[in-house]
Design a protein around this ligand. Structure first.
Ligand SMILES: Nc1ncnc2c1ncn2[C@@H]1O[C@H](COP(=O)(O)OP(=O)(O)OP(=O)(O)O)[C@@H](O)[C@H]1O
Length: 584
């Protein structure tokens, strides 16, 4: 446990050691205080000049106060720096973890790890570690002095203390296990709350408030039970340490008296041994309590290390994301495709393939529609083009360059992506539009808004581009969210634009306008569009029908409609089920 904590102090060890040394110096100066006071009293009784001894006493008192204050400040600052470093480190790790690992986690729990777990660790890493180290020094000093006076008696005392240490260590280990339960329960509360609050409208519409409250209350009770269990174990530690010290006292008295009787120990040495044992009591009790506190931080430590153990995109993709991308070979023939997918195989679990050899091509300036039944793997294909997951086999090229030739950042800079549920981030309209192109001028923002038919609406808003969109864009309609997402993607001027059913939330007028705009967009980039709506399918230059994880049929809308019964069924289903009427 201490080793784990030590690894986490990386970067803060120097100030931590400095704070420890200052605390020890302050304690040492404290020891000199009685001597300085003795000097004053001796000078007084011997009628010697008082100035010198008094000056020494004042200096000692001042030094202790100043060094103590500085040590305390250094310790606090180290604690805060630790929290700062830990939070920024965790956040930067979390935002880079591989999608496959991220899919297994709960957002609320991750948030708890970056907030409450870090706070729980802070105490153990700063105050308690210094407290343990100083008390250990004081206790060792006393034991050495006792050893010099009477090794036999000291070894007996050591035996008693070690026995107590073993018992207390066992208790501390149990505290460590309970703390893991406690921190996990706190993480579950945070995840449960995130789940309920992020879907508050769904919760209310389904009258599920009480069920969510009960669920969170049950999790809170689990945390309470673990905390009380930990408190019970902690409560035993101080009396156990006290018991050991009392036993050491009795031992010194009984064995010491016998050894004085045998002439093996002087009476003065016995008195000194007793005084040392008294001095040992405080540091030893604090030492044991400190070890228990460190164990209480065990849950938090393990949970934070679990996050660091998650693979990041950089670590999982050996050829991508790191270093300078390889240069293109100088005599490469101009590419005939903006996007070329060859024989792509992939599944989320090893035994369930989703894509079973998908191949498709998006020529430059073309609009290709990807259609297929629900669950066929259309969004999965998009995720692979974005390189959120590594394919089992097969290749993806953009403008003729394979994915393995480019780092992730460079690769993604060529792609614009409009997601199915169009996430809008908290902030202003301007923040959202500039998300992929932070340097875009307002003129370009207005052009992009024009493209998605939103200029009029935004101009009428009192704050215009500075209007707040609310949490997840709650102050916008679904259609507006979708149009903002499209404008945002276009602003980054991608070579390839991926759109996951871009017209899903649009009314017929906006749907028609966007279909025209998609045609215009082809001047700037190639488009691959997951299409459910007839207007999008019909507008495409090529339609690729995905079934069973492969491109089942490829052709123009008219060709497929004429020759492919599966496509006829799919389109028939759409015209009846999705948008009601098919436009011809
Ligand atoms: N992150 C994930 N983890 C595990 N399985 C997933 C994940 N995402 C999708 N799947 C599974 O992969 C299959 C293909 O899903 P995908 O979302 O690619 O289909 P789709 O064709 O886009 O469907 P839709 O038209 O309904 O959006 C589905 O069976 C789905 O359950």
């Amino acid at each position: 446990m201490l080793r784990q904590l030590w690894t986490l102090t990386r970067g803060q060890r120097r100030p931590l050691v400095a704070a420890l040394l200052l605390t020890l110096i302050a304690a040492g100066v404290g020891v000199a205080q009685p001597l300085a006071a003795k000097g004053v009293v001796d000078a007084l009784t011997a009628h010697r000049p008082l100035l010198g001894p008094v000056a020494v006493l004042v200096l000692v008192l001042l030094a202790q106060a100043v060094i103590g204050a500085f040590a305390a400040f250094l310790l606090e600052r180290t604690g805060e720096r630790f929290v700062l470093g830990m939070r920024t480190g965790l956040v930067s790790h979390l935002l880079r973890i591989q999608m496959r690992a991220f899919d297994q986690l709960r957002v609320g729990d991750l948030m708890a790890r970056a907030s409450t777990d870090v706070a729980a660790l802070r105490e153990a890493l700063t105050h308690v570690s210094v407290q343990i180290a100083t008390n250990l020094c004081v206790a060792l000093g006393s034991l050495v002095a006792m050893f010099v006076m009477d090794p036999v008696l000291m070894l007996l005392i050591l035996g008693v203390l070690l026995t107590a240490g073993v018992v207390i260590n066992g208790l501390s280990a149990r505290i460590g296990r309970v703390s893991m339960t406690l921190q996990t329960a706190v993480g579950a509360i945070s995840a449960g709350l995130e789940r309920a609050l992020s879907a508050l409208r769904t919760v209310r519409a389904n009258r599920a408030e009480q069920r969510e409250i009960d669920h969170l209350a049950a999790l809170s009770h689990r945390a309470y039970d673990a905390a009380v269990h930990s408190a019970r174990l902690t409560a035993v530690i101080a009396p156990a340490a006290q018991l050991a010290i009392n036993a050491a006292f009795v031992l010194i008295l009984l064995v010491g008296a016998a050894r004085v009787d045998q002439g093996a120990l002087s009476l003065g040495a016995l008195v000194a041994m007793l005084l040392y044992a008294t001095q040992l009591a405080g540091p030893l009790t604090e030492l044991m309590a400190g070890i228990a506190s460190v164990n209480r931080a065990k849950g938090a430590t393990e949970r934070i290390q679990e996050v660091y153990a998650l693979p990041t995109e950089d670590s999982g993709v050996p050829t991508a994301g790191r270093g300078t991308p390889r240069r293109q070979p100088p005599h490469r023939a101009p590419s005939t495709a903006s996007l070329e997918i060859r024989d792509l195989r992939f599944g989320y679990s090893p035994d369930t393939p989703v894509l079973r050899g998908l191949s498709l091509t998006v020529p430059p300036h073309a609009l290709v529609a990807l259609v297929g039944p629900s669950g066929a793997g259309k969004s999965t294909a998009f995720a692979l083009v974005n390189r959120f997951y590594e394919p089992w086999s097969g290749s993806i090229r953009i403008d003729g360059r394979p994915a393995t030739d480019m780092g992730l950042k460079e690769w993604r800079s060529h792609i614009g992506w409009v997601e199915q549920d169009c996430p809008i981030l908290h902030g202003t309209l301007r923040d959202n539009l500039r998300y992929a192109a932070p340097d875009a001028t307002d003129d370009r923002l207005w052009q992009a808004l024009d493209l998605v038919n939103l200029t009029h609406k935004v101009r009428r808003l009192p704050a215009g581009l500075d209007s707040e969109v609310g949490e997840r864009g709650a102050r916008l309609s679904s259609g507006e969210r979708q149009r903002i997402a499209i404008a945002r993607a276009v602003l980054a001027r991608p070579r390839l634009l991926l759109m996951d059913e871009p017209t899903a939330h649009l009314d017929p007028a906006n749907e028609a306008a966007l279909t025209v705009n998609m045609h215009d967009l082809r001047q700037e980039c190639a488009l691959l569009v997951i299409a459910h709506r007839m207007s999008t399918i019909e507008a495409a230059d090529t339609v690729v029908m995905l079934a069973n994880g492969t491109a089942h049929a490829t052709g123009t809308y008219a060709e497929l409609l004429r020759t492919h019964p599966g496509f006829q069924r799919l389109v028939g289903g759409h015209s009846a089920g999705v948008n009601g009427a098919r436009r011809s």
